[in-house]
Write a protein of this length. Structure first.
Lengths: 271, 236
């Protein structure tokens, strides 16, 4: 049963309800579900966090390793975001090479974090031109009940904020027996969140459940951060095959800063 | 707010709202059902369309409609550091967003269980490759006679420090001063306000996004004229 595509009937019902501003769970169209954050999913990770957004659950871990710098950024550490949509998280996910969603999600998280310059990559040089730290952020959904990207972005922030620099031995290799003392260098007060608008008919909704998400026909994800008093869009990607109009985008730009502040307030309770 | 008047000069001397020289040619690959080339200055994209044809594997067939399948990639020697042949996460993502950029104008209901394959390759890259690819693919689909409601036009809008510019090249993509460079790839249904592709990297204030979209309008009109001309030329 759970592996079936969403039925036309459910989709039509949802379209009608959205047009009247209603949702199955009683939320308004732009209301988000509550989320909770826990830390230390693994004490072997440099930092890790679990986010529960409604019934959606995502775990993110940060690992670090000494690596060669990229040729075009010899004086900076590397950032690598990956993810795997484990078949345990949804009847929709299958084993095997990553499907498009599993490629898109880490790329969206990567761009939001990179664009906002949340990690001070220039402080992650071990020996300039030769050895730098690579920060790996790995995202695993544990239960998909919609809006994975937003949940993953919250978990990524939390995992990064909790991450400690591993200690090095005298040869410059990671020494896990030594206790880590320093935190991963992060830009002060910068925490980019990826927020996705979904569209069905003419209605725009935020934070859909899986059922709502499957009924929707277009989505667009914005990575947004705040520097001082300025809100900045750091990434944007439209997905799926229905268009967005100029007016719809303008409306989203009005909503985004407010939504960002709301989520940031909730997030602060857990940082 | 932001004006088209530039505080800084563009590296190649263009005005803020000036495209590079655009060229388009239709019917460049005889084997294909439709094909086209599109270039923004030094960025050159070619596209070939095969189909509608029977879709394999069969389990992907949709009895309600034909499907669109796009493949975008860079040729290995189209960039300075040789690109390793074969798909990457980047190329897979661009292929998918290209599909979504083109789908809203297509009607494949007449061709159940089939696929329309669009192959897009970049011969020479000087930034804005995905937008050049979409412009070429849109023409190639029309050339193949696929039922289309309209053409899709695509262009990149950049923000260099505080200035908005159209059709970003590689040197501008790497711009570092002030607020740095932001690059937004946009595609829209020709002569409408409907956007089929929006992809952005960088730092831009939310209130600037609608301005960037508006700036794409004039550029897309120019691109549309060029596409239309190239399509008419092949009929003669």
């Amino acid at each position: 049963m759970s592996a079936m595509e969403i039925s036309n009937l459910t989709k039509e019902t949802l379209a009608k309800m959205f047009a009247q501003g209603k949702r199955f769970d009683g939320r308004k169209l732009l209301d988000s579900r509550d989320f909770k954050i826990e830390y230390e999913v693994s004490n072997c990770a440099e930092g890790s966090a679990r986010v529960r957004l409604g019934k959606t659950e995502v775990v993110v871990g940060v690992k670090m390793a000494g690596d060669k710098p990229y040729p075009d950024s010899l004086d900076k550490g590397n950032l690598m975001v990956s993810g795997d949509f484990l078949p345990m998280a949804s009847p929709r996910f299958e084993a095997g090479p990553p499907k498009f969603n599993a490629i898109e999600l880490p790329r969206l998280i990567d761009r939001a974090i990179r664009g906002a310059e949340m990690i001070e990559l220039d402080k992650l040089v071990i020996k300039e031109g030769e050895k730098v730290w690579t920060v790996f952020i790995d995202v695993y959904p544990i239960n998909d009940d919609g809006n994975l990207v937003e949940a993953a972005s919250l978990a990524a922030i939390a995992a990064l904020k909790s991450a400690m620099m591993p200690a090095l031995d005298k040869d410059g290799n990671v020494d896990y027996d030594k206790k880590a003392k320093d935190k991963l260098p992060l830009a002060k007060d910068i925490a980019p969140i990826s927020i996705t608008f979904y569209k069905l008919g003419d209605a725009l909704i935020l934070d859909p459940t899986r059922e709502e998400e499957e009924a929707c026909e277009a989505k667009v994800t914005f990575g947004i951060s705040k520097k001082g008093k300025d809100y900045l869009i750091n990434s944007c990607q439209k997905s799926w095959e229905i268009v967005f109009t100029e007016e719809e985008i303008a409306k989203m730009m009005q909503i985004l800063p407010e939504k960002f502040d709301e989520l940031t307030e909730k997030l602060k309770k857990f940082l | 707010m932001l004006k088209n008047k530039m505080a800084l000069k563009r590296i190649d001397g263009r005005k803020a709202n000036e495209l590079r020289k655009i060229t388009a040619k239709v019917g460049i690959i005889p084997n294909a059902d439709g094909s086209a080339m599109f270039s923004f200055g030094n960025t050159v994209a070619i596209a070939a369309v095969y189909g509608p044809r029977m879709l394999h594997p069969q389990h992907m067939q949709n009895p309600a409609t034909g499907i669109l399948r796009c493949n975008y990639d860079l040729l290995s020697f189209s960039v300075h550091d040789r690109k390793k042949p074969g798909p990457s996460r980047r190329s897979q993502e661009i292929s998918k967003v290209t599909e979504w950029a083109l789908l809203p104008v297509l009607d494949l209901k007449e061709f159940p269980n089939t696929v329309v394959d669009v192959q897009i390759y970049i011969l020479q890259a000087d930034a804005s490759t995905r937008t050049a690819g979409i412009n070429a693919a849109s023409m190639a689909l029309a050339h193949a006679g696929i039922p289309m409601k309209n053409l899709v036009c695509s262009v990149s809008i950049g923000k260099l420090d505080k200035d908005l510019v159209i059709d970003v090249n590689k040197a501008e993509e790497d711009f570092k001063d002030g607020e740095g460079a932001t690059d937004m790839a946009i595609a829209k249904i020709a002569n409408s306000n409907k956007f089929t592709l929006m992809q952005l990297d960088g730092k831009v204030q939310p209130e600037v996004i609608p301005e960037m979209l508006k700036m794409a309008n004039k550029a897309c009109e120019e691109i549309y004229e060029t596409q239309e001309k190239a399509l008419k030329a092949v009929l003669e």
